[in-house]
Write a protein that binds this ligand. Sequence first.
Ligand code: SF4
Ligand code: FES
Length: 244
Amino acid sequence: MRGENVYRFKIFRYDPSERESGPYFQTYDVRVEPGLTVLMVLLRIRDEIDGTLAFRSSCRSAVCGSCAMVINGKIDLACRTQVSKFDEKTIILEPLPNLDIIKDLVVDMTPFWRMYERVKPYLIRKTPSPQKELPQSEEERKRIDQFVNCILCASCYSACPVVARDPEYLGPHAFAKLERFISDSRDERPLSDLLEFDNPHGLWGCDTVLKCIEACPKNVRPTDSIVNLRKRLIKLRLFGKDRK
Ligand code: SF4
Ligand code: FES
């Protein structure tokens, strides 16, 4: 079946429980109507052609962060990628790098979450919170907007060359989240918490080659957070002020 609107999808397949077969690419020819996203094609393949194909998805609208993968060599969300944007009629889909494969396009996110947890990704208060609410001014909220937009899709983690060579490196997503809370006017964690990351697996590991910025679908720019946190750490070292 090859015609004007038919695209050839070459999809990475691998089932570690069937070790003898090893990884391979499986080809599916699919007729693509205008407006169809890569995720919609994957759902169609799974529902109508091959129920054994494994991939993650949920919101279908670039909010849940579950459908990140490599699409024609570039990391992106399948649900926000229109098939028609490609000039070529062959689309190659592969799982996110830097993470072990569970099956086909589904990767094991355990290391990603392990690093995420290390930065304590929640508001920390020393003084009791008021009964009703803890308000923020517009300006205070603007300061964290960029980092609040993170949808934890792991695109940055998968694109990061430091993660590729150092599995103990904290990762861009974790630093973006740490900056999100440290910059939050309501958060009261001491700056000395940063000392845990004052090492080559932490804040000094980043090569600042901006691969995470390139890969992030939400313009979070994790490198900005690393630069900001490094500045805070230097100030803490120089002046010893344990507050923001
Ligand atoms: S910083 Fe961007 S690329 Fe990284 S997890 Fe968040 S949304 Fe995804
Ligand atoms: S399905 Fe939720 S981000 Fe793509």
